[in-house]
Each structure stands twice: as C-alpha cells, then as structure tokens.
Design a protein around this ligand. Sequence first.
Ligand code: GRF
Length: 191
Amino acid sequence: MSVKKIVILFSGEGSNLENIVKKLHKKDIKGCRIEVSGAICNKEDAKGIQRCKRLGIPFGVIKHTAFNSREEFDEKLVESALKFGADLVVLAGFMRVLTPVFTERLKAINLHPSLLPLFKGANAIERSFNSDMKVGGVSVHFVSSELDGGEIISQKCFQKDDGMSFEEFKKRIKELEFELLPQAIVKILKD
Ligand code: GRF
C-alpha cells in the first residue's frame, strides 16, 4: 500500500487542521495510507499550534516577518515541507499569498469559504453573507501565485434562507468545509 504524506499550512485557529487529522491521519483510504507528516504555521501565537501539540502532529513555525522578501519566505516553506516529505501541501487558513518559488515546486491546494471565483481574498464569509446571493458555499482549489485563483477542484453550497443569521451562515460554512476538504484531499491523492 502506498503512503501519501500531507503537510498542512495554517495561520490561526486550525479547526480544519484538526478535522483533517481526525478524518485522514493514519487512515487507509482507497488503497492508500494517508499521514499528516507535519504542519507549518507563520504565527507563533496561532491557536492551531496547541491543536498540533494535542494531536501529536510535528510542526514548525516560520514567521514571514523574519524574511526580506516573499520569495525568501517561500524558499524556507518549501524546504520545511520537503523535510516533512510532503506529497501534497494543504493550505487550511494560511493567510499568505505564495510566489512561484513555492507554487512551481510543490503540489498544493487551498480551502476558501466562498463559491469561487466570487469573493476572493479577505472577509469572504462576510461579503458572501451580505451579498444578494441565495446560496453560500466553499471551494477547494489548486494553489497558484494568484490569490484564490488556481483551478477549482471541488465546491459545495447551501441555501441561504431568508432570515438566516450570520452565526448560522458561518456554522454552515464550517460544516461544509469539514466535509469538502478531506474529500478533496483523498481525490487529489488518488488521482
Ligand atoms: C477557513 O474558513 C478557510 O476557508 C479559510 O480560513 C479559515 C480557517 O479556519 N481559508 P481554521 O483555522 O481551519 O479554523
């Protein structure tokens, strides 16, 4: 059975990281054994770090502020992801735009809380909630050097009912993220 290693990049809460670990780490799925071999965070006070410790996932902190350019930061990210043996890098709440130094070396996917190509960038949940659209949704796409711009892999959406509160909307987004990202990872690793 082939072993496929995932490295997760995050910047904050890390709830998707925890979901991926619980659903996929050390699991045999469709003829392949998946391991979350490491995680990388660019903020030393990110809550997700506590999750890595609790879940026993090796992690590294690489602060983007310590580098003179985005390219130098990305070099270090690539080096670290390769040390963890990454077959696939998963961006789950990683708040940096990556340059070709990274995107041309590693296969990477990103989770975004809107139906791309709508609502790229920051505050996507708020903007999608406040829009005239009758659905909300989430997307997983390949990472390119364009913010939230790489090829879309998969999406899920839900009905934005009249009178739905922002809290309910956010909860539905999170539920769909927890379904979509693990499914997309399996799909990519299998292909
Ligand atoms: C998610 O909403 C994801 O779509 C976006 O950042 C958020 C990360 O949440 N890119 P968490 O850190 O996994 O809790």
